[in-house]
Design a protein around this ligand. Sequence first.
Ligand SMILES: Cc1cc2nc3c(=O)[nH]c(=O)nc-3n(C[C@H](O)[C@H](O)[C@H](O)COP(=O)(O)OP(=O)(O)OC[C@H]3O[C@@H](n4cnc5c(N)ncnc54)[C@H](O)[C@@H]3O)c2cc1C
Length: 471
Amino acid sequence: MTAKPPSAPPRPGGLLTLGPDGPAQAGAAPSAPRSPAPRPLLVDLAVAVVAVGFGLSVGLALTATSHSQLAAPGGPALFLGNLTGLAGTYLALVMVLLISRIPFVEQVLGQDTLLRWHRRLAPWPITLIIAHVIILTIGYAQAAHTGILHEIGPLVNGFPDMGIATAGFVLMVAISVASFYPIRRRIKRENWWALHLFMYLALALAFAHEIVLGPSFVGHPMTQLVWSVAWAASAGLVLAYRVGLPVVRSIRHGLVVEEIRPEGPGVVTVILRGRHLERLAVSGGQFFEWRFLARGMWWQAHPFSISARPQPPYLRLTVKCVGDFTTALAGLPAGTRVALEGPYGTFTAHALRTRKVALIAGGIGVTSVRSLLEDLPKGTRPVVVLRASSEEELVLREEIAELVKWHGGRLHEVVGPRTAQPIEHLAELIGDIKKRDTYVAGSESFVASVTRLLALLKVPQEAVHADVYAL
Ligand SMILES: Cc1cc2nc3c(=O)[nH]c(=O)nc-3n(C[C@H](O)[C@H](O)[C@H](O)COP(=O)(O)OP(=O)(O)OC[C@H]3O[C@@H](n4cnc5c(N)ncnc54)[C@H](O)[C@@H]3O)c2cc1C
């Protein structure tokens, strides 16, 4: 079912009391458009192209070695080394594509799924590339009738572009070692992200030796061209969607902090003012990566959902102070400039499969539920369950109540410790949960326990939509 925008969404709560112009002007301002509907067929096509590309890369390696080369000393190892190198490098290219934020892919799969795939795939290219280096060294040593360690020097120094490729390989291995969970969890997320960027450099350093030395490429200008274009296009996509588009959008909208107001214990609402927000296509339930251009903060982007659909010239997010960034954010002065990347996420009305909806928010997960409520089609009669440890933590509750009333739905507020309010209770409150699309938002553990429960209750998987506040 394709979601239709509500005929007259209410404009409750905080935003309306903003600024000297008051509610009338904010309420009369034009709404921003929704993000485009997902096109899963296009993504299926892209996946098929990527799969064919993998087959072709393996095929290239299989056909690059003749029978006589295979029979020569070191032949089998050189063949295997080429195969692992091509397969590993191709999978590295896929990893880059998975995090390039191509909009039509992101709109179908969501950043969380793409990141999950990226992480699951990660061990394969690095293992294949390490195998490539070891097996080729063995092959060259066998061909030269020398020892493996003895062969390393001539290999690195005796071939064009091997020096920089070796530097790229060392960098790649170092970053991969740092990715092991026991090491990674000790590194601050921002530092980890900065370190991870060097993977692009490592891949770039390794590129030239593939073209100049790879048996599948030497003497095959067409293959060289296709491989080079594939890598250049992937680099272009990363630059366009991770750098270019966010810069253009940030300049176009010129967002600044208008006001930061307390919303509850350790929770603030940040109201931003910007230009042309009526042209910013974003759906309720989506999030942006926000960069607050203040000293010590500008270099990190953090994800926060919009807690209301844009009401030009205003945009709003609601933030729980849990660490250094969010605490600093709460103290930012008005006028601080803000850059944004996105919108991202599939936690939107586009995901609806049935006519009725249940929304379950744990703690600060209420933010995406709040903006999603504005986008639900009339007739979905949402049953909303807000879960919090204490009454004061039920932030945005009046706005939610007003929206639920407008939709003719029901609101349940579940307050207290988890022992007193077990997760099973949330589903009981909804009643006909199997007949509804259920949206769940909040911390990783909250969403995991609710989705586990929904699976036990045999709620169809495609009717469950999760917004996990951790990437
Ligand atoms: C899709 C999504 C939507 C979110 N929406 C909201 C929201 O509307 N309101 C809200 O208060 N919080 C939201 N969050 C959570 C918010 O991003 C983190 O609480 C915040 O980044 C913490 O930063 P910190 O430095 O203050 O805390 P830290 O102590 O550094 O981090 C606390 C936890 O937040 C997560 N985190 C930290 N930095 C990042 C990052 N750059 N990217 C992703 N996760 C990170 C980590 O899991 C970490 O364990 C959302 C998260 C996601 C993934």
